[in-house]
Design a protein. Structure first.
Length: 130
């Protein structure tokens, strides 16, 4: 009887303790009050878990190249999004020109929690994915 009660307690703790892990992290690293738009040249595109990442190079005010990181949701979710553009691992290539719009990093790093991605022709690849 005691063993059964202990097993039930362990199982309940595991189930209830696991619930918060579904959110694994939030957007607390980003300034949700402001939006930044960056147009640059794709240097890397990672269609991998846990997040799709787009890196673009853009010159700063002094002409130095700054690489911005843009974070999207999971590749699975991106691939299932409706619309004309189907997301896949070869959607973006180094050298492509894209415009990233999103919430900037609170610490001032060149990083964005993306809300929109456009190609050089102005085609919206995704919008408000979070």
């Amino acid at each position: 009887m005691v063993r059964r009660a202990a097993a039930i307690c362990v199982l309940a703790a595991a189930l209830f303790g696991a619930a918060p892990t579904t959110a694994h992290h939030g957007a607390s690293a980003y300034d949700l009050e402001h939006t930044v738009t960056v147009t640059g040249t794709v240097t890397e595109f990672h269609f991998v878990n846990p997040h799709v990442l787009i890196y673009v190079a853009k010159p700063d005010a002094h002409g130095r190249e700054v690489v911005w990181a843009g974070e999207l949701t999971s590749p699975n979710r991106m691939a299932r999004l409706g619309g004309e553009v189907k997301w896949h691992k070869d959607l973006l290539k180094p050298g492509d020109i894209v415009t990233l719009t999103g919430r900037p990093a609170r610490n001032g790093a060149p990083a964005l929690l993306l809300s929109a991605v456009q190609d050089a022709e102005g085609n919206v690849l995704t919008s408000t994915v979070r």
